[in-house]
Structure formats: C-alpha cells, structure tokens
Design a protein around this ligand. Structure first.
Ligand SMILES: O=C(O)CCC(=O)C(=O)O
Ligand SMILES: [Fe+2]
Length: 212
C-alpha cells in the first residue's frame, strides 16, 4: 500500500484542466427519419467541454465574412472559421474526436471525416437559416456531417424538405449529433434566433472531403 502513496493522484485542478471524450459505441442513439435520412445523438460526449469552448473562443481566427456554403443564398449572422485537411485543430480533443468519429462510422461511411467547419453564435441574435449542406458531393450522394457543440445549448431544428413536422435537438456543452443517410438532401436544418439571453455557442462540424 505504501507504493500507492507515491502514485500521482490528479487534483481537482488537473481534472478541471482536461477535456476528454466518452464512449460512442452503445451510447449513440439513432433516430431514423423519412426518406433514408437519420440522426445520431449523444448528449455530453465531450467531458470538460467548457475548457474546449475557452480555447475555441480565444484561439480560432473567427471571420465575419460569409462563405458560399449552400446551394442557395442564406442569411448567416454568425462567425465562421474553416479547417481544411491537415490544418491543426485548435484543441487536441477535437483531433481525437475526428479520429474517433472516423473509426466509429468507418463501416457505414467508408471514408474519413476530414474538414472541420466552425461556427460561433455570439448571442441569441446569431442563427443559421433552413438549409442542407449540399455543396460538393453531398448534393448527389448520401454522406455524414458530425457536429460537436460547445457552450450554451441552442436548438438544432430538422424538417423534411417540402414541409412536415420538425424535430428539435438542443445542442451545447459537448453534445454530439450526426446527420446521415440522405439527411442533407431530403431534410433541412436550422439554428433559429432566440430572444432569451444566451451565452456563446460554438459548433464544430466534421465532414468528409468534398462535402460542405
Ligand atoms: O451550428 C450548428 O450546429 C449547425 C451548423 C450548420 O448547419 C452548418 O454550418 O452547416
Ligand atoms: Fe448545415
């Protein structure tokens, strides 16, 4: 037992300074949607997510200008940053998240998650209008977009293109959502504005190469 005493026990401070990922297998819950679309959801995947939020708020080169991401023009009041293949991500847990997502979805996706798009919703006035991520191959083939959220939860709404009942997933504080199957072509998603006083939320979207 004496030996045990020299083993380093992490202090509360050490624990608080680290972010980590929980398991995916057996934890992610799949919601089948219509027309071959689905959504996987895992609240609280990232532990210590506020540490990551801090790094994202301070270290990301946030840009106000608009990226042409969608097949039609949408009003995008939020800040953006884009990490291409090979660009180092602003926190190591994000590199690990991308690897873990690639491994978990390998059989179904057949290719790695590569790029990381980042969005900063500064207040409830920031939002993204209804759209599908249909740039590149996503306009024609099934793909996946995995989103990890940090900070204040904001609801991600999903609705079938052409109308129908919408689904609502509040996303923040380390939550994971993966949109898969035909979701980008047959469904739309949005982050609506809110009059509630909300703090910042950052979303990190991992996508395969050639999808945005
Ligand atoms: O912030 C989110 O969770 C959604 C972002 C999004 O849909 C996009 O950037 O394409
Ligand atoms: Fe999107």
């Amino acid at each position: 037992m004496l030996g045990m005493e020299v083993v380093h026990q992490p202090s509360m401070l050490d624990l608080a300074a680290e972010a980590s990922l929980g398991p995916l297998a057996g934890r992610v819950r799949r919601h089948p949607l219509s027309r071959g679309a689905w959504v996987d959801h895992l609240p609280g995947w990232v532990h210590g997510s506020d540490i990551v939020l801090d790094a994202l708020l301070h270290d990301v080169d946030w840009r106000a200008e608009r990226r042409e991401m969608y097949e039609r023009e949408v009003d995008v009041p939020r800040l953006l940053s884009w990490y291409d293949a090979g660009d180092p991500l602003p926190h190591p847990v994000l590199e690990e998240a991308r690897q873990r997502l690639t491994a978990h979805y390998a059989a179904e996706l057949g290719e790695p998650f590569v790029t990381a798009g980042m969005c900063l919703y500064r207040t409830g006035r920031d939002s993204v209008a209804w759209h599908g991520d249909t740039n590149g191959r996503a306009a024609r083939v099934d793909t996946m977009v995995a989103i990890v959220s940090f900070g204040e939860p904001r609801p991600l709404l999903l609705r079938p293109k052409g109308g129908g009942q919408s689904l609502r997933f509040p996303l923040g504080h380390g939550d994971l959502i993966v949109m898969g199957g035909s979701c980008q072509r047959t469904w739309e998603h949005a982050i609506p504005k809110t009059a509630r006083p909300v703090g910042p939320r950052v979303s990190v979207q991992f996508r395969p190469a050639g999808v945005s």
